[in-house]
Design a protein around this ligand. Sequence first.
Ligand SMILES: *[C@@H]1O[C@H](CO)[C@@H](O)[C@H](O)[C@H]1NC(C)=O
Ligand SMILES: *[C@@H]1O[C@H](CO)[C@@H](O)[C@H](O)[C@H]1NC(C)=O
Ligand SMILES: [Cu+2]
Length: 202
Amino acid sequence: MSRSHLLWLTLFGVIVNQAVAQNRVAVAHLVSQNISGSIVFTETSNGLQVTGAITGLPAGNYGFHVHELGDTSTCDASGAHFNPEVTNHGGREHNVRHVGDLGNVVFVGNNTAVATVNFLDTIITLRGRNNILGRTLVLHEQEDDLGQGGHETSLTTGNAGARVACGVIGIRYPAEPWNSATTSLPSLVIYALSAMFVYLSV
Ligand SMILES: *[C@@H]1O[C@H](CO)[C@@H](O)[C@H](O)[C@H]1NC(C)=O
Ligand SMILES: *[C@@H]1O[C@H](CO)[C@@H](O)[C@H](O)[C@H]1NC(C)=O
Ligand SMILES: [Cu+2]
């Protein structure tokens, strides 16, 4: 086999590898004395779809963020907002926001209020620099003012108050390693075959 064949084979392997890279899914469970909820993060071609439901708070708006550490020994142990670009706090749809700023969840209902969560976010990811895997999803006791409340903590936390529930964001799918940008079993097979051809040809 010639070197140009090898080059094409390797290129083919890389392209197929990209094509078969699976969409990743992560999950976080928010549990405390009165609160119960599960939030799922699903990769799509347009961003990360965030879906789920939370119960246990009165109707209203409550701050909802990804915090930087995966330590939930207490919700305070999860550190500050995930903010790799070191910006001011903002709303989910603002140009200036922490990566972890997901705005508010809205609880609706009189006796048993429920927050239904369903939005697409183009900033948080499950790979690369803004990967939220292993960090913590936090629900606050107050509304996030999205940086616009004029309070001394508006530009750092949105003045959202204490943390009432939190959960580490973990792998739901696939079970195979997430360490490479494009992991999947078929891609590993293709790389192994490419390497074998290179070995046999030299
Ligand atoms: C849970 O709800 C009960 C009843 O409303 C309340 O008394 C209690 O303080 C709540 N617990 C927490 C941690 O908010
Ligand atoms: C809450 O109760 C009020 C009055 O009882 C009613 O008009 C309203 O529709 C209820 N809201 C929800 C979300 O159930
Ligand atoms: Cu927060």
